[in-house]
Design a protein around this ligand. Sequence first.
Ligand code: BMA
Length: 825
Amino acid sequence: MFKKITLFLIFICYSVSAQISYRNLSIENWTFNKQNEAKKYNAIIPGTVHTDLFQNQLIPDPFFGANEKQLQWIENENWEYETYFTLTASELKNQNIDLEFEGLDTYATVFLNGKVVLEANNMFRKWLISTKSHLKIGTNHLKVVFHSAVQKGKEETKKLSYTLPEKERVFVRKAQYQFGWDWGPRFVTAGIWKKVQLKFWNSAKIENIKYSQVKLNDSIAELEFIVDVNVKKSGKYVLLIYNDVTGRRDELFVHLKKGATSIKNLYKIDSPKFWWCNGLGKPNLYSFSIELYQKGKSVDSKKLNIGLRTIELIQENDQVGKSFYFKLNGKPVFMKGANMVPPDSFLPRVSDSTYFSLVENAKKANMNMLRVWGGGVYFDDSFYEACDANGILVWQDFMFACSMYPGDEKFVQNVKQEVIDNVNRLQNHPSIAIWCGNNENDEGWHNWGWQKQFNYSKADSTQIWKDYKKVFHEMIPQTLDSLLSKEKNIYWPSSPSKGWGRKESLTQGDVHYWGVWWGKEPFEIYEKKVGRFVSEYGFQGMPKLGTLQKSMDQEDLNFTSEAFKNHQKHPTGFETIKEYMERDYVVPKDFEDYAYVSQLLQAGGMKIAIEAHRRAKPYCMGSLYWQLNDCWPVTSWSSVDYYGNWKAFHYQAKQSFENMLLSVAEENEKYNMYLINDDLESYSGKLELEMLSFDGKSLWEISKEITVEENSSIIVYELMKEDLKSFDLQQSVLKAQFQNVKSNYFFAKPKGLKLQKPIIQIRMINDFMIEISSDVLAKDVFLSSENNVFFDVNYFDVLPNEKRIINVSKTPKNLKVKSLFDTMK
Ligand code: BMA
């Protein structure tokens, strides 16, 4: 009997000691308080101090009205978070207990049972503390004190003899947009912004998994899996690589010595299926479970999803300058997409489904690349998983934007660890195409007049630039070299490589073209200022009115209210919109009409840009507009507003990013009809052109057999201006069709069109389909409803004698229809 019991006990101890297990501390009861104030309130982890204050009704909604202004005191305070949690004897029996913070925002002192166990100073890093010796059976006390990041940053500024642009912001390794941006409010928050947990483990744990692609062709993929393990008990182990789909099991018998070590294994896949980006093929993924065993028991395991693809950045000298394009699986790909900002001012509120739907919106708009902009954060895993699964490539900035940063050893080492943490976390995602050092720091230094503004001496300038080079030309690329296998290691120090005022910005590298908006140049300038890869350009449009209605009182919906003005962060935002609107539209007097026309203005301007970029293929090989999304309800450059509503621009982007596009350019004495084909196959067929008067008379038509090669842009028809003299171009539209690609071209700006009042007919075909028709041209028809319906097409033209079918997500309640004519009262 005694023997039996001992055996049983040994078995229990063994199974406890073999497995790794977790205890999620986020779900414990947490409280928070302002430092030196006794009153404690409930807190939600992960969270931020602003959202906790709001939940406890201690502050009003930070997004509402002009509340932002009265909430600025929060950033100057220190905040304490704490919890009590109990541990059992069996939990404490584990050999190792790690306390893991996936993210602390930002300056945090962590106390465990009264002892300081961590001083954190970087929001982008994860923190791991060995805590077994600090823990006890029964109640344990965990407290995190957040010191004001603004105050800390200000202290840091004093250590330099010169002022860096943006002052305290650049010293603080924290999402830079929290300090306020030209589309975002200033909420310099604090908090345990990601999961916190205890990890119990014994003999060994897997620290990190990565792979490199040794060989990849149609018949074979040769991969090397590299599994970094931390071994506490040396001995025999088995590494299992399990293919989750095919069930194939590969076992590797290893003897591991105590300490940090890597297990490498060559893994072959016959007839591999390649990962392709959206529009060019399937984003095939292979998923594995990698598990470490000892004596038949699982010690630790991790998932690994990979996509087999090659990606190259081609920069070759040519007559004009130097190319800048990506080759995916050997094929040059024109990158179509947008820049992304963090989807909320308060990041813990961003759910996986928010990331998922943003990526889905990108996919629906025929994009194949998103840029994670450097003034925000490295996004959650779910974002990159969604990109992997939807074939969206990622341009990944490191988190630096629009300034110059310190370069002292402490700062550089802190950033180095940030790079290691994030590159290790993200590098296996097939979606990641390029790593980029920063957003506009280089451009700013060379073009924005900081030297004068901050009165730098020669020595100051030399030091600042030296520090810049240390981070972006040395430390980051060297760290990437140490972490990444060659095929994953594409690095670009700064986006853009040259400022938009410089000639080279259009002949090499990438460019942020801001002559439109910032430079007040007309939209048509986009046709002349085409770069090799346009990684930013944009124009503002107001969001859906309902979005603004949620964030201010009805009576504040006007251009003079404080609330309304606070939801526009560009210093001359509304003036600039108006100036452009006057050029192209009859400016509506009615507020609602104005909001609608502001969207049309944005969409129309962006159409000019996108199509000019695409027509210029292969000279230009990328068009990423500024910006896909918002972090709060605001008038901004976004195409999708904070609540996920598509602006007219997103519908336009969808159309202009179609793989096959018919686009007209007015060039000298002609109107040239281009056909752009991003597909990897060529097409032949009939091009049909027709001039139609706005009341439906066919004025002229022609058809022509054409062939368009794969991956090309060509002129398929030239229309001499001379030949159009007999038509009234203010009331004619050029209709073009090739296969199922259609386009309408108008010869005048909207305000120059002689529109007539359309009688628009609406017929519900069934609950999910609407048919729209009109007697005369109905321009920019906008459908809206009381319930939140998604229209798959909106802000569209209805030609006379045409029936447009619109799919809806549900039956619209109180369907409203507006067209441009209605705003021209
Ligand atoms: C770009 C971005 C942002 C900014 C945007 C609009 O240059 O990098 O800094 O929000 O312009 O002004």
